[in-house]
Every structure is written in structure tokens, then in C-alpha cells.
Design a protein around this ligand. Structure first.
Ligand SMILES: Cc1cc2nc3c(=O)[nH]c(=O)nc-3n(C[C@H](O)[C@H](O)[C@H](O)COP(=O)(O)O)c2cc1C
Length: 322
């Protein structure tokens, strides 16, 4: 097979693998253009959440997870690559460089793409082992954002901030209507959060999970979040490029957690409300800008979690240019 055809096929497969990346409310706000020698990533503002995410922070974080998924797929196909980050559109350009022997570690990472998912059940009483936490801290830093693990006192502070954010968002009718559209409603086919992924009732935890305003069919589990670890992903900048990086780090962290059998649940409400985002930054001691809160923990292995959420068909997120 000609090298160019091989390259473009690998790029197409990488864009396809990126369809399974996590995104806020499963909006999948990205589009790929597959060219013979490169892969371009664009944000799709039609699938932005204008009320909840007016600045596009979560849109860019979601695009970052897709970018990282594509990189994992390219590496698993044996390609080395370079990422360019133009100042304007596209958000990123992936250039494959050379095809070489496939590293088994890359294959292991790739396998996690099929396993990773969001599970909103309560965690068990088994805490995440310190060595695993250390690994997760290292993995997210290497991928572009740092993970600050919260102390017990900080978890209580976080619970207060989350409650404040949820109250503010709960009182915003436009925001409630926007959320409802992605968890039921007239959302585009292949997007949004199905009832099977939402708890039957919001679990009673110290740090509240997002209230999507709709009861689902997922048994929430008997546990609490007493043994959960909470962390804040943060970094030195608050520009669009930083939020894209945050998404790459979130994805790297999530895939590594999956590999360790650790469940990760993102909690974005405290970074959506300006006041709580500011307070979260203060809680970090002004060492950086907060991008997202994550809950880490173990799940009941005897009960299956939710089925995978839907995805948009390939032709709606990938354009191939010969
Ligand atoms: C940037 C971002 C923010 C998210 N925020 C939340 C959140 O606050 N609460 C929640 O339950 N899930 C949150 N999620 C998880 C998404 O809802 C989930 O990724 C999406 O529905 C797709 O499902 P999957 O992860 O099972 O593939 C977030 C995901 C991303 C990428």
C-alpha cells in the first residue's frame, strides 16, 4: 500500500476512535478534517452549551479529550506524530511523522478507549491506593495539566462550593431548559445522556453530583462518597489553548484511571459559575486556574454500570478530503 494511503487511513481511524471521547453532556462538539498528510480538529459551536458554557471552556475541554483519543489511536497504529496548535482555527493539527513498530503500551492505552465511560453510581468504601494516585498525578501533568488532590478539609470546602454552584444553576431557568434538551428533549440523534446513565435519584454524597433535573434508571448504589478522592485539574493559563490542554490531560488521566480499575467522574458545575471558579482558585492557593473537578473511586464490581452512551455517526463528525 502506498505510504500516503496508509497514512490517511490511519488518520481516518484516529478520527473515528476520537468519536468515543467524553464530552460535556455528550455534546461531541468537534469535527475532524482528514487530509492525506494531516488531521485537523475544529470546534463545533452549534453543539456548545451557550448558557452553561458561554466562554466555551467545556467545549474546548471536550475537544481536548477527542484530540487525546486521536493521538492514542495513532500511536497504537505505530505512528509517531507532532501536534501543531495554530493561534486560530483549526484548534489543532495532527501530523503523522513515521510508521514504526507498535509499542505494547500504546496498545494497552488504546484498549482503554472501549472501556472508559462515565459511571454516576456511588463509590465503594475502598479508597484509591496512594501509588495509583501518584501515577494519576504524573500522567495528567505529562499530558498538560496538573492534578491537585484535595485534603479532607478541602473536600468539605468543595462540597460547599458545589452546593453553591448547583443552587445558582438550579435557579437559572434558561440553563435548566438547556440541560433538559441534552438529557431527554429534542437533542440531535447520537448525542446527549440517556436515562440509563443517570441515577434513579441523585445519590446522598458529601460533594453533590450534578442534578440533571431528570431521574434516570441507573441504581445509584448503596454507598456514599466517604472513600472517594477529589481532585482539581488546574494549570498556569486561562486561555482557550489551556482549556484544550486540560481536556487532553483529563482524557489521559481518565484512561489511566480506567486501566487501574478506578472510576473517574467529572464535576464541572464549580468551574461553570464564575464565583465558585474564583473560590476554587483561591482554595488552590492561587497556584493556577482550575479547569475541572474530578471524583476518583472504586465501583461495586458485582454490579454492571451503565451501557455506553450514544455517538454521532461518522459522517457528521469526519470529513475526508482526498
Ligand atoms: C468537560 C466535561 C465536563 C463534564 N461534566 C460532568 C458533570 O459535571 N457531571 C457529570 O455527571 N458528568 C460530566 N461529564 C461526563 C459527560 O456527561 C460524559 O462524558 C458524556 O455523557 C459521555 O458519556 P461517557 O463518558 O460515558 O462516554 C463531563 C464530561 C466532560 C468531558
Amino acid at each position: 500500500m502506498a505510504a500516503d494511503t496508509h497514512r490517511q487511513q490511519a488518520l481516518q481511524q484516529a478520527a473515528n476512535a476520537a468519536r468515543y471521547a467524553p464530552s460535556v453532556h455528550n455534546t461531541q462538539p468537534w469535527r475532524w478534517v482528514v487530509r492525506p498528510d494531516r488531521l485537523e480538529l475544529y470546534a463545533v459551536t452549534d453543539r456548545q452549551l451557550p448558557v452553561q458554557d458561554p466562554e466555551g471552556h467545556l467545549l474546548l475541554t471536550s475537544c481536548g479529550t477527542a484530540l487525546h483519543h486521536a493521538c492514542i489511536a495513532l500511536a497504537a497504529a505505530g505512528w509517531s506524530y507532532r501536534i501543531d496548535r495554530p493561534a486560530d482555527a483549526p484548534l489543532a493539527v495532527l501530523h503523522p511523522i513515521e510508521l514504526g513498530p507498535v509499542d505494547p503500551t500504546a496498545i494497552r492505552h488504546f484498549e482503554q478507549l472501549q472501556v472508559r465511560h462515565t459511571d454516576r453510581r456511588t463509590v465503594t468504601d475502598d479508597p484509591v491506593a496512594p501509588a495509583v494516585l501518584d501515577d494519576l498525578v504524573q500522567v495528567s501533568e505529562a499530558a498538560g495539566a496538573r492534578l491537585h488532590v484535595l485534603s479532607r478539609d478541602q473536600v468539605i470546602e468543595l462540597a460547599v462550593l458545589v452546593e453553591h454552584a448547583q443552587k445558582a444553576e438550579g435557579a437559572d431557568e434558561r440553563l435548566q431548559a438547556e440541560t433538559a434538551a441534552w438529557v431527554g428533549g429534542e437533542r440531535p440523534a447520537g448525542t446527549g445522556i440517556p436515562a440509563a446513565s443517570l441515577p434513579q435519584e441523585v445519590p446522598l454524597t458529601t460533594v453533590a453530583e450534578r442534578d440533571f433535573g431528570a431521574a434516570g434508571s441507573l441504581p445509584p448504589g448503596a454507598g456514599h462518597d466517604a472513600a472517594a478522592t477529589y481532585g482539581v485539574l488546574y494549570g498556569p493559563g486561562d486561555e482557550p489553548a489551556d482549556w484544550l490542554r486540560a481536556g487532553e490531560a483529563l482524557d489521559a488521566l481518565w484512561l489511566k484511571a480506567t486501566e487501574h480499575g478506578v472510576s473517574l467522574l467529572p464535576l464541572s458545575s464549580p468551574v461553570e459559575v464564575p464565583f465558585t471558579r474564583f473560590e476554587l482558585r483561591r482554595m488552590l492557593g492561587d497556584i493556577g486556574y482550575p479547569y475541572l473537578v474530578v471524583r476518583l473511586g472504586s465501583l461495586d464490581p458485582d454490579h454492571a454500570g451503565p451501557a455506553h452512551t450514544p455517538r454521532l455517526p461518522t459522517d457528521q463528525v469526519i470529513d475526508v478530503v482526498e
